[in-house]
Design a protein around this ligand. Structure first.
Ligand code: SAH
Length: 346
């Protein structure tokens, strides 16, 4: 694979342009072209000569959409191909206030959560900052209208564990929020983690006021470990302490994700324990309907019981919502598209 130009920030682009013997103002043309989601070879302002030089060293287009699935509710799911042929996936969800894109941070994942399709073949490799950014650039280009962005919000909730690819994810966050770049507000970005405690403390120190979301999915360490192997390493108590620290350092409320799995985590006792764990904390609980993964033997909780569980949490004083299911007609969450695609290929 060649280098990825989208890894560079504006200062890096300036340096590159000068090192190739071009005038400094070319950096702006180059950077603007990239941020419009163009292939290198398609940036109109640059001379053929300069583009040829760039293309010797850099990928023309590090992330390419190879398939789009359109949901009845406007949701779009994408299969992306990376320059080395690896496949990742992403989603764009349309809301009244704007469009939220879900991006992947790794090819596959090594966290091993039993309900998640991303982890079926383990982690293949990390994505670079520019590969994460390029997912946004190509989708934004599809939906941008004039000066209105096509992507207004970003969630790092696709395949991969973002805090397991820490440096690249931080670089991506700095670049996507940069004024010369897409300039998306950090407050419109959410990062979801299964709870890598040390990295949660690191994140709090970065000075990036993004929303922190933690995949909790159970109330005791023993039960949590049944579906989330990482629970053997990090205790719920330590995760909650790291969340408190995040709030102290950033002033941002945090969010817990809780996917309802029949017989695993959603009895009345779990509701009670969840209330005890979280009461009084500046947090919100997002209940998620399990997307059943065909390779795994876990069942989603029925709708009626899901609302009952939500009711118990609310009665106990928690701020909670049951997430509206979006794009369910176009197949799955977190790695299910890619898994299906790889299956079909074999
Ligand atoms: N690695 C990060 C991002 C994962 S995806 C993390 O663990 O948080 C975002 C959320 O979807 C996580 O809460 C994850 O646990 C959940 N999830 C994954 N597969 C799911 C499925 N099949 N059904 C419901 N939720 C799922």
């Amino acid at each position: 694979m060649k280098e990825i130009l989208q890894d560079l920030n504006y200062a890096g682009a300036e340096e590159l342009v000068l090192s190739l013997g071009e005038k400094k103002f070319r950096a702006k043309q180059l950077f603007d072209g990239i941020n419009k989601g163009k292939r290198l070879s398609e940036i109109p302002a640059l001379s053929a000569d300069f583009k040829a030089k760039l293309l010797e060293r850099f990928e023309d287009c590090p992330v390419e959409i190879i398939k789009t699935y359109f949901g009845a509710d406007g949701t779009e799911k994408y299969l992306f191909r990376l320059a080395d042929g690896n496949i990742i996936e992403g989603v764009l969800m349309k809301y009244k206030y704007g469009n939220t894109q879900c991006v992947s941070t790794q090819v596959g994942c090594r966290m091993g959560c039993k309900f998640c399709a991303s982890t079926l073949n383990g982690r293949i490799r990390d994505l670079s900052a520019g590969e994460i950014l390029s997912q946004v650039l190509v989708v934004n280009a599809l939906h941008a209208q004039g000066k209105t962005r096509g992507v207004t919000n970003i969630v790092l909730m696709g395949s991969g564990e973002p805090l397991d690819n820490y440096d690249n994810v931080i670089k991506f966050l700095r670049n996507v929020t940069a004024e010369e770049g897409l300039n998306i507000s950090a407050r419109n970005i959410s990062l979801s983690t299964c709870g890598l405690v040390e990295r949660m403390y690191d994140l709090a120190k970065e000075g990036l006021p993004i929303n922190l979301t933690v995949s909790l999915h159970n109330t005791t360490d023993e039960e949590r470990a049944r579906t989330m192997p990482i629970a053997k390493k990090y205790k719920i108590k330590d995760i909650l302490d790291a969340c408190s620290n995040y709030f102290e350092k950033t002033g941002r409320r945090y969010i817990f994700e809780y996917s309802l799995i029949e017989g695993e985590n959603c009895d009345a006792r779990h509701a009670e324990e969840l209330i005890q764990l979280l009461k009084g904390r500046p947090c919100h609980v997002n209940l998620i309907r399990l997307n059943e993964v065909k390779e795994r033997n876990l069942k989603a909780l029925g709708d009626k019981q899901a609302y009952r569980f939500l009711g118990l949490l609310e009665k106990g004083g928690l701020s909670a919502t049951l997430r509206r299911q979006i794009g369910s007609d176009i197949g799955g969450a977190c790695g299910q598209l890619r898994a299906g695609y790889l299956d079909g290929e074999e």
